[in-house]
Write a protein that binds this ligand. Structure first.
Ligand SMILES: [Zn+2]
Length: 244
């Protein structure tokens, strides 16, 4: 299976996270949504919600407010917006403000998981994000005094260090020779996946990940560690917020 193919749709954002506008053709339309041959709408996954945006065609627009993932990627249109017929040439556009905020937020979570792992060895057990707000769960039995402030300071240092955030495709065998990947992804990447997308905050954190990220840690723009919650039995939840 091609890693950037979902059903009949080529996922353009896998290779180019900066892409915001592109040309496409409608392959299918139903009440479940619109299938394009090419799409840069992030469909959701790994805690990152789907993109919003618009399809422009024939002098009208179809607003896109979500994506349904099945055999195909189906773009969910807004209420009673007009729908393009099969074969229509459309111009797709991802809403930039929301996507860019989500890229910063997603990269912030990877930075946070890298910092917390380096400091404590704690593994991530879950996470979720909205634009500029996120939480990440860790298996962390002991929280030393001043932990929140210490993590905040380390996050600030890593943002200021402006580490490159690189995306690469590699074979499953190649990817699983990276120790960090084994730590985070052994149980998450299904056996039928032969090509793995790797997101590397160079020198800090390497993960198998399909999400969209900014190009360097400085572009995250800052990380406010809002709260460390004790959810019991070694389960700690860290909440972060990013500046506008
Ligand atoms: Zn991720």
């Amino acid at each position: 299976m091609e890693p950037d193919l979902h059903g009949r749709t080529q996922r353009l954002e896998m290779a180019d996270q900066s892409l915001r506008e592109w040309d496409a053709t409608v392959l299918d339309v139903s009440e479940d949504g619109i299938v394009l041959d090419r799409s840069a709408f992030y469909p959701g996954g790994g805690g990152q919600p789907p993109d919003h945006g618009v399809l422009l065609w024939g002098g009208v627009q179809t607003r896109v407010v979500g994506v349904r993932k099945g055999d195909d990627l189906r773009l969910v249109p807004y209420e009673d917006d007009p729908l393009p017929g099969v074969g229509t040439a459309v111009r797709g556009a991802v809403e930039d403000a929301r996507r860019t905020a989500l890229m910063r937020t997603h990269s912030a979570l990877h930075l946070l998981s890298g910092v917390v792992f380096r400091e404590t060895g704690a593994l991530v057990t879950g996470g979720n994000m909205e634009p500029l707000e996120a939480r990440m769960d860790f298996n962390l039995p002991e929280v030393p005094p001043g932990f929140k402030e210490h993590v905040a300071e380390l996050c600030a240092q890593e943002v200021a260090a402006d580490r490159a955030i690189e995306v690469a495709m590699m074979s499953r065998d190649e990817a699983f020779r990276i120790p960090d990947i084994v730590r985070t992804a052994t149980n998450l990447v299904p056996p039928e996946v032969e090509v793995v997308r790797i997101v590397d905050i160079v020198g800090l954190d390497t993960q198998a990940d399909a999400g969209t990220h900014v190009a360097s840690t400085k572009q995250i723009g800052g990380i406010d560690v809002v709260k460390v919650e004790n959810k019991g039995k070694g389960f700690r939840r860290l909440r972060i917020r990013l500046p506008d």
